[in-house]
Design a protein around this ligand. Sequence first.
Ligand code: FMN
Length: 90
Amino acid sequence: MVLDLKDAESYDTIYIGFPIWWNIPPRIICTFIEAYGFEGKTVIPFATSGGSTIANSEKVLSETYPKINWGKGRLLNRATEASVRDWLGK
Ligand SMILES: Cc1cc2nc3c(=O)[nH]c(=O)nc-3n(C[C@H](O)[C@H](O)[C@H](O)COP(=O)(O)O)c2cc1C
């Protein structure tokens, strides 16, 4: 288990963040997703990068894990607390 996520079942929406490597999420993100499954849950990816957009990562994730309800992802390069709060509506 890469991360002991307590009560994963009790969450309807899960945000997963990662740095983009080779235009896709690092393999450990797949290990994490496969450890929990998240089938039927809404999962929203967010990422940092050196310039790549999140589009290919979203494509790969949604194709690899089609039983997850993938929400629109977000690139958070140079994000501030205010911009993240604005994105989350918090
Ligand atoms: C192995 C590796 C592969 C990377 N591949 C990409 C890439 O394909 N596209 C990109 O824009 N940035 C790429 N990067 C840059 C990382 O996305 C960037 O360093 C990271 O998002 C910044 O987060 P950090 O400040 O935590 O390092 C790569 C970095 C590493 C180490």
